[in-house]
Every structure is written in C-alpha cells, then in structure tokens.
Design a binder for this molecule. Structure first.
Ligand SMILES: *[C@@H]1O[C@H](CO)[C@@H](O)[C@H](O)[C@H]1NC(C)=O
Ligand SMILES: *[C@@H]1O[C@H](CO)[C@@H](O)[C@H](O)[C@H]1NC(C)=O
Length: 390
C-alpha cells in the first residue's frame, strides 16, 4: 500500500471515529428529553372519619374541614341510603364503599345514581355548606381559602354554584376527608385499604354508648329512617325495645371494627387511629394536634386560635364546646344525671364488651353513676396501649 493510500485510510478512520464520538458524546445533549412541565404532585391523602350517630363526628369533621389543605364532605353516603330507604345497612355496604372510593378520587359522577336527573347545583349535595372547600375558590369566590368560614354565611352566599365546581374543588386539594356513620364493619373497607390508587387513613371516633343513647333519645324522629335501615326491613317496628336494639347493633359494629384492626398487618394498622370523643372534649387542642399529625396536616396558627376559641365558648362548634373545657366535660357527661340508672344498666348489659375494650367504666349503682369523682374513663385507654406496641 502506498503512503498516499495509507494516509487516505487513516483519514477515513479518523473521520468515522469523529462521527461516532459525536453521537456518543454530544447526541444526548442535543436530544435530551424536555424537562417535565412541573414536579409530580405528592399522592393525595384520603381520610375516612368512621363514626356513628351522635358521637361528635360533625365536630371532628369541622376540625378537618376548616383546614385549608382539606376537601371535606360530610356523609356523602346519605344519598345512597335515602335512595334505598327500604333496604338494609348490610345490603347497601358495597354501594356505600364504592361511592366513597369514587369521591376520594374526586369522581363526582358517582352521584348521578342517587340524584334526580337534570341540572344540579353544588347545593344538591347533603350538608355541602359544612365543607369550607365548597365555600371558597375554586368552588365559590366569596370567601378566602385559608379562613374559618361560617356555615350559615356560606349557605347564603354559595348555594347557586353549579355541581361541576365540586369536582374541580376536590382536585385542587392534597387531602380528601370524608365523614361516614354508615359502615358497620371493617371488612367492607379492606379493598380500599389495599387500593394502590388510594392512601386511605381511618380515624375511628367512638363515644360512650350511654351518652350516645341519651342523645339519640332527643333525636328519635330525625334518626328513624336511618334506624330502620340499620335494622333492616324485616325488623318489627312496634317493639318498645327498639332504641336498645339499634344501640346494640351500633356497639357491636364498633367492637367488630376495633377487633378487626388488631388483626391487620402492622403496615395497615398504622393507618388507623382510634379516638374517644371524651378525650377530645377534655383536651381539644392536644387531640386535634394528634389528628393533624396522623394525617400529615400542619396545625396552623389560625386553626390553633380557632380550636382554642371553641373551647372557650367563642364561635361555632358542637354544643358540648359552647362553654369552657371544664363545663364541656360536664355537658358531655350530662347523662349521668338525666338518664335513669335502669337504662344505664340496660345499655351496659348490651354494650359491656365494647365499653370494656374502649376504656369506659361500667357504673354498678345509682350512687356510682351520680358520683362525679368517679371517672367514666378507666385509666386504661386504647390509644395508650397502641403507643406501647410502637
Ligand atoms: C378568636 O376569638 C377572638 C376574640 O373573640 C377573635 O378576635 C378571633 O377572631 C377569634 N379567632 C378565630 C380564628 O376564630
Ligand atoms: C365517690 O368516688 C370516690 C372515688 O372512687 C370515692 O372515694 C368516694 O368515696 C365516693 N363517694 C361516694 C359518696 O360514694
């Protein structure tokens, strides 16, 4: 091979290498994929406040609902129950579960099945005005997102918004919190706990069955449709033991839920928090801090101020809070004077297991019932035991 040919070959090889080097070293710089438009949003948190009637769940709902990071709805499954008011709680369980799942994912088309056809407003939703999120942008532009909003004012100003704003509002929050009294076991919720598209956390709010019974006595008529669904259509309504039977079913379901949690794998058990209404009444600021911590919410200064105000009897709140903390406890234990001991002892017979497990002391006589230095909360508390387990 002549020198000239060798030079040509060398030149050829060098140029080829240059082209290869260009592709290896520079190509990625020229054809880098465009950066993502925005950071992927953290996965939303889904919180179910699981409770029963007259157990302070509206108040706990407010503690969540007034938080500026929370989209809150109170009792969305009310629509399911009122559509099928001749049915039973167990038959409606799955429909309620599926509705809750859709609402957690901000799919409000699920309400189509339970509302009359035609144009509807956000005010077609049961108790929509309890949701601060539906009283502020993007749902309603009258109030600010980060202020405490009064329900009557919201009802007055925001009731004409179209139904579509509900979904839009829901999608703009990091937390969706739903309050429900219409679940009677935990098994029905297992698929939601394991659902990879959800990040479900459960706050199980319980209250002393004797106080619940007393409160239900005042609201028998209001609760009658619900009570019939709890008991099912075969239930004999003429029975005078009716209130006790309903109470027994409620106590039993609280017990079943609590026991089912203990047999869950640890990773799932950590997504459950039991709270007694009585503990909340005695120390609202501390217990609220616990609720927020469990669900990854900041206890913002204006919320601390608000909760503090409520316990001082200022502003809105459950009637038990319309006074100072010491009196709040008195109100929450009013049944000890007003409920005859015969009734107390009948409830204790039906709900004894539940009461023992949840740390409510049984009162064995009229004297014990009226002796207020005898605390109804036993020193053992379910939450303390959970702490020890780690
Ligand atoms: C708390 O009460 C004070 C005094 O009544 C009032 O000025 C303040 O606005 C209240 N704060 C909240 C967040 O409700
Ligand atoms: C009330 O209960 C306390 C605490 O158990 C007890 O020491 C006291 O003797 C009781 N008082 C009456 C009048 O029974």
């Amino acid at each position: 091979m002549s020198l000239f040919k060798r030079m040509k070959l060398l030149l050829f090889l060098v140029s080829q290498m240059a082209i290869i080097a260009f592709f290896i070293l520079l190509y990625p710089h020229y054809f880098k994929p465009p950066p993502p438009e925005e950071e992927p949003k953290p996965k939303p948190m889904h919180v179910l406040v699981l409770s029963s009637w007259r157990s302070g769940s509206s108040f706990v709902g407010q503690l969540f609902g007034q938080h500026p990071d929370v989209f809150y709805l109170m009792e969305p499954a009310w629509h399911v129950w009122m559509t099928f008011s001749q049915s039973s709680a167990s038959r409606l369980h799955m429909a309620v579960r599926d509705l809750i799942r859709a609402v957690f994912l901000c799919d409000m088309s699920v309400f189509d099945a339970y509302m009359t056809p035609g144009p509807r407003l956000q005010s077609s939703l049961f108790m929509w005005e309890t949701s601060r999120a539906l009283c502020s942008p993007p749902a309603c532009n009258v109030f600010l997102r980060n202020e405490i909003i009064s329900q009557p004012q919201c009802k007055l100003m925001c009731s004409k918004e179209p139904f579509e704003v509900v979904e839009k509002a829901c999608r703009s929050y990091s937390h969706v919190v739903l309050k429900e009294v219409r679940f009677f076991n935990l098994q029905v919720l297992y698929p939601l706990l394991r659902d990879p598209s959800l990040n479900l956390h459960i706050v199980h709010l319980v209250r002393d069955p004797r106080a619940v019974f007393k409160s239900r006595e005042h609201t028998t008529l209001e609760l009658s449709i619900d009570s019939n669904i709890v008991m099912g259509p075969e239930w004999k309504k003429s029975n005078k033991d009716q209130p006790y039977e309903v109470m027994q079913v409620i106590c039993h379901s609280q017990l079943e839920i609590y026991k089912a949690v203990q047999s869950l794998p640890k990773a799932l058990r950590q997504r459950y928090l039991l709270m007694r209404y009585e503990d909340l009444v005695r120390d609202p600021v501390r217990q609220t801090a616990q609720l927020y911590e469990f669900t990854g919410l900041k206890f913002l200064p204006h919320l601390q101020n608000w909760v503090h105000n409520i316990t001082q009897g200022k502003g809105m709140g459950d009637h038990a809070f319309a006074t100072n903390t010491r009196n709040a406890r008195k109100v929450s234990e009013a049944w000890r004077w007003s409920l005859p001991h015969e009734k107390v002892s009948q409830i204790q017979e039906l709900c004894g297991h539940t009461m023992n497990l949840l740390g409510y002391r049984l009162l064995k006589s009229k004297q014990e019932q009226k002796n207020l230095s005898l605390d109804v909360l036993s020193t053992w508390a379910p939450s303390k035991q959970d702490d020890q387990e780690g």
